[in-house]
Write a protein that binds this ligand. Sequence first.
Ligand code: PEP
Length: 252
Amino acid sequence: MRKNIVAGNWKMNKTFSEAEALMCDILDGLDKINEPLADVIICPPALYLEMGVDLVRETPVCIGAQNMSQFVSGAYTGEISAGMLQSMEVQYCILGHSERRKYFAENDEQLAKKVDSALANDIWPIFCCGEELAEREAGNHFNVVKGQIENALFHLTPEQFSNVVIAYEPIWAIGTGVTASPEQAEEMHEFIRGLVAGKYGKAVADETSILYGGSCNAKNANELFAKPDIDGGLIGGASLVADDFLTIIKSF
Ligand code: PEP
């Protein structure tokens, strides 16, 4: 179902006590917001998922993982499966983040399997796509994003697809302080929605939440979220500061 979403990707940051304090500060701040206009998802490092799940119980906040294995179980040292996440009451998982693609060589084929495994275990994927600066400069950004989405998601049935959140994250904007302009972001979000409509029909496309990620912060979220096809944000750096993250949540 299409909804406004603000998801925080904490990446590999914070000690346990810092993470706990940040989680509590965000929850305290949310308590003071009268009817937030967005669903909030917090994606801490895997070690802290249990702490997060415990703290958000009885609140509207959801906990998400930052990655998971494509395998079900077995001899995959260091990996965490979708079934394990489900058993810990984790509800979402970021999949295909550009940092996973870049540093851990994740490819579309693996991601398609991860998406399947997540959905089979009732974990909602937050599927990331986005182009490099050189690809945009070469005018190839729409093709790149189209390929990522087609290869990893378009084998799904419409029912399965309706449980996927898409995050458009231009790689040149992630952690750089350079944000896509609201017009650039909207142009891509509209394109993605059109792509989904072409495959699954307009009704499914209209119900898909498409988030923007890439140096989205307390100052620019307002303008970005005002665009018709931008349903919220996947927030990295600014999700590590409770006040900034809360301001972003209030930016609808
Ligand atoms: C991200 O890592 O998904 C992200 C969008 O990071 P940042 O907000 O720091 O650019």
